[in-house]
Design a binder for this molecule. Sequence first.
Ligand SMILES: O=C(O)CCC(=O)C(=O)O
Ligand SMILES: [Fe+2]
Length: 195
Amino acid sequence: MEQLALFAPAGQTKGLPEHLLDYRAGLIPAVESDRLLKHFIDTVPWKQTTQKLWKKTYQTPRLTCWFGHTDRIAGTLPWTDELLTVRALVEPLSGIRFNSVLLNYYRDGNDSVAWHSDKESIMGSQPVIASVSFGEVRSFDIRNKADHNEKYSVRLEHGSFLLMKSGLQESWEHRIAKSVKPMKPRINLTFRMVI
Ligand SMILES: O=C(O)CCC(=O)C(=O)O
Ligand SMILES: [Fe+2]
């Protein structure tokens, strides 16, 4: 029986603003997603960077690596066949082209990304970002910068696609919170146009 639209899909907050986000489960079939998860974990030269906050330096609580074709980000590695294959799937759904991708590796529930928005000047003020997830399902939270009580969550499943549309970064923040429940590894790809 078809599910009534009264309820949001499992794990997704009701009323997710569709003008800001587009979520699709199963962009990449499970078997191929399993292969890509292992491939990225095993082959990417992951780095843990540091970040400065109130004059103190912290280790970023996840591993990262940039790929693509841009001189604007130091140390960006050349596209690989796997990344180009995923890019070819997300570009038609996103309506734009991407010249770079940031890979994030969340090793367990202790890895996270704190509240932020991705609106560095190198991406323009209204960037569209396409996100593909593999591995452990984690909650992607968004909150309105002007009213932190206005909050939504989407569970990003293995092989899923999330489009962060052009208005999102300006007025909303997002995060992947730490989890006290044990979490298996998760890889996330965020395709971006760096100008
Ligand atoms: O891991 C995610 O789903 C989000 C990552 C993210 O927000 C970022 O790389 O800027
Ligand atoms: Fe982000």
